[in-house]
Design a protein around this ligand. Structure first.
Ligand SMILES: C[S@@+](CC[C@H](N)C(=O)[O-])C[C@H]1O[C@@H](n2cnc3c(N)ncnc32)[C@H](O)[C@@H]1O
Length: 294
């Protein structure tokens, strides 16, 4: 989505651009040359480790091997952007990008518990200094609550069966690890004739639990309804990349508000076929653009 995003952001020298989910700075390193000289890049991420990676990547890309003076990196949610701008006496941003979800580095990190193939403890927090690891909730929540989260955030047809199986399993032992949960889901799915050609049966459960652990939809809704409109200059552009239909539906609906967003295509922009071939995860990516009304 890099090429499409850069095109839609329509960068110009001197702009103030916010990368609200800077991650490993894959987008930011390409944005920076487009706003030089005298532009400002603000990179936010809830994950301190990802901010470290972003800083390293931006330093490597700079000929002086230091973090460019026109780059600001902060550990916070994109939903807090307005406070970041206020703290730096910045009136508005000209462009905002949010590339939702998690990075492949986070997915592969066995200390985080994001991926069903990563092993490790079921933590799933972007910011480990806030909230609690998701296994605490998983061992405490009622079967009804777990069913509802798996259904709502994972759109998982096996929600109830998986929640019931979690209830049975945790009567024997606490569920704390990725492998405990993955094995349990595989057992439920194989009993229901899950076909091996489909995505792994744990994909939806892990997505749902990650969304729950980080209150992701609350952050997204607050950002779209209040933060982004209050932070963007009139005519400024918002680019949102989503990876599942749940998020895309929210973005589509919010950008239809014509008092706030002047124009945005009703159709999302997909990843190119070349990118889909090279990176299968990008097949579900969708880019939507909003232009702030005057
Ligand atoms: C798909 S990755 C971004 C990748 C990045 N665009 C790149 O090119 O390297 C998503 C990032 O968003 C971060 N994130 C998730 N929710 C966030 C939030 N509410 N505010 C800020 N960052 C968030 C994650 O920690 C992760 O690093």
């Amino acid at each position: 989505m890099l090429r499409e995003t850069l095109r839609e952001l329509a960068l110009q020298p001197g702009l103030t651009v916010v990368d609200g989910t800077v991650g490993a700075a894959g987008h930011s390193v390409e944005i920076l040359p487009g706003i030089q000289p005298c532009g400002l890049l603000i990179g936010l991420d809830r994950d301190a480790e990802m901010l470290g990676r972003a800083s390293q990547r931006l330093q490597e890309a700079n000929s002086e091997k230091t973090l460019p003076s026109n780059v600001l990196l902060e550990q916070t949610s994109y939903a807090e952007l307005r406070s970041v701008l206020d703290a730096h006496s910045i009136e508005t941003a000209d462009r905002i990008l949010v590339d939702l979800g998690l990075s492949s580095d986070q997915l592969a990190d066995r200390n985080r518990g994001f991926g069903f193939q990563s092993g490790g403890i079921l933590d799933m927090r972007f910011d480990a200094s806030q909230g609690e690891p998701i296994h605490h909730w998983l061992n405490r929540a009622s079967i009804e609550e777990i069913t509802s989260v798996l259904k709502q955030f994972g759109e998982d047809p096996l929600s109830r069966l998986i929640a019931q199986s979690i209830g049975e399993q945790r009567r024997k032992e606490r569920i704390e690890t990725v492998s405990q949960l993955t094995q349990l889901i595989e057992k439920v799915a194989s009993g229901r004739g899950h076909k091996s050609g489909k995505s792994h049966p744990a994909t939806r459960t892990f997505q749902a639990l990650r969304i729950q652990a980080n209150a992701e939809l609350e952050h997204l809704q607050r950002f779209l309804s209040t933060t982004a409109p209050e932070s963007l200059a009139p005519g400024g552009r918002l680019a949102v990349i989503t990876f599942h239909s749940l998020e895309d539906r929210i973005v589509k609906k919010m950008l239809q508000d014509r008092t706030t967003w002047k124009s945005s295509s009703n159709k999302p922009i997909p990843a190119s076929s070349l990118e889909c071939k090279m990176n299968p995860r990008s097949r579900s990516a969708k880019l939507r653009i909003g232009i702030r009304a005057d």
